[in-house]
Design a protein around this ligand. Structure first.
Ligand code: UFG
Length: 343
């Protein structure tokens, strides 16, 4: 048992992090969570334990606190790699609290990378975002130029990629990947873990499920005058389990030291875009219900269309999405219902 490869998972109690912890453990790795629970709940650890039938180690620690990170690394001994999910992620909030975003998202990244260097950890995976592409023409490949960020949050992802790339370029004994996530949705099919938005959700699918549960009066479509077939915005929604699995492929790619360059970026999406109206319609169909919906004005900063060309990840990471939008929207609703049943 002690021979398993230890992977530090910062933000491992969060939405994408918790699903990745489960997939890592099931793939034979030993995930070690570091989370400060600023946007996650402690019961997630119990849920992970239930799914895996064994506990996962977790340190309650803010990744900006480098001395605490050093203590964790000393206590854990040999670490095989790290996946850095820990970050604040509300686009709108970041415009009002830019320093919080820069300090937290970049402070945690630089502290973690420093400790990874000191501990000679060879592999690193950074959680980036498709928002780096701005309003580029879809499908976007990794060659599509990074556009000026439209929010401090987006900027922390761009700068985070650059910090990671610069460190690898500097000759550090670290190989790294930035994963550009499109729109993760859904939840674990057990109904035990999923997204836990604090307050009113910013993202479409949690807002849909909360509206379906009667927690929100109605769903507002942010604009139906975009240059798209039905006028509503188009995004690339992928099941969070597919997204979680990609982190294992990324680690495996880094481990094949001859094949992999020191630093690479990958799009993680399905390659297919769905409009807001299509998401609503599909959600209603698979879950046999009807949502109260109104058309509102466009949300500031939204682009009309953004979906991935995932060929590079398909080819080099040997990863592709397996789960359908129907499965994702069914699992999202199952999760919302299981949450309601607990409270
Ligand atoms: N939308 C609505 N009503 C809502 C919420 C969203 O119509 O109540 C629409 C948006 O206008 C957009 C689509 O649903 O067309 C998806 O919106 P989300 O907020 O779910 O997702 P975004 O694509 O705007 O943002 C997501 C992540 C960001 C990330 C970005 C990268 O939340 O963190 O993808 O593309 F930066």
């Amino acid at each position: 048992m002690g021979l398993k490869k230890k992977i530090i998972v910062t933000g491992g109690a969060g939405y994408i992090g918790s699903h990745t912890v489960v997939e890592l453990a099931q793939a034979g790795y030993e995930p070690v969570i570091i989370d400060n629970f600023c946007n996650s709940r402690r019961f997630v650890l119990e849920r992970i334990k239930t799914i895996l039938s064994r506990p996962v180690e977790c340190y309650d620690c803010d990744c900006c606190q480098i001395d605490l990170l050093r203590k964790i690394f000393t206590a854990e001994g040999k670490i095989h790699g790290a996946i850095h999910f820990a970050a604040v992620k509300a686009v709108g909030e970041s415009a009002h609290k830019p320093l919080l975003y820069y300090q937290n998202n970049l402070g945690s990244l630089t502290a973690l990378l420093t400790v990874l260097q000191e501990a000679q950890v060879p592999y690193f995976v950074f959680s980036s975002s498709a928002c780096v592409y701005g309003a580029a023409k879809s499908p976007v490949t990794e060659e599509s130029p990074v556009q000026p960020a439209t929010s401090p949050y987006g900027n922390t992802k761009q700068i985070g990629e650059e910090i990671t790339a610069d460190l690898v370029k500097s000759g550090a004994a670290l190989k790294a990947i930035s994963l550009r996530y499109f729109n993760p949705i859904g939840a674990h099919s057990s109904g035990l873990i999923g997204e836990l938005p604090l307050g009113a959700p910013n993202n479409l699918v949690p807002f849909v499920t909360q509206t379906a549960a009667g927690l929100r009066e109605k769903l507002t479509i942010f604009g139906n005058d975009y240059p798209t077939p039905d006028g509503t915005g188009i995004r690339d929604y992928l099941h969070v389990i597919d997204l979680a699995r990609a982190h294992i492929n990324a680690l495996e790619y880094l481990e094949q030291s001859n094949a992999a360059p020191g630093y690479a970026v990958f799009n993680l999406g399905t390659g297919r875009g769905y409009s807001v109206l299509e998401i609503i319609k599909t959600f209603e169909q698979v879950n046999h219900l009807k949502l109260p919906v109104v058309i509102g004005s466009r949300r500031q900063g939204d682009v009309a269309v953004l979906f991935a060309n995932p060929d590079k990840a398909n080819r080099l990471l040997k990863w592709q999405t397996k789960l359908t939008i129907e499965e994702a929207l069914r699992d999202a609703w199952l999760w919302q219902k299981s949450l309601a049943a607990q409270t």
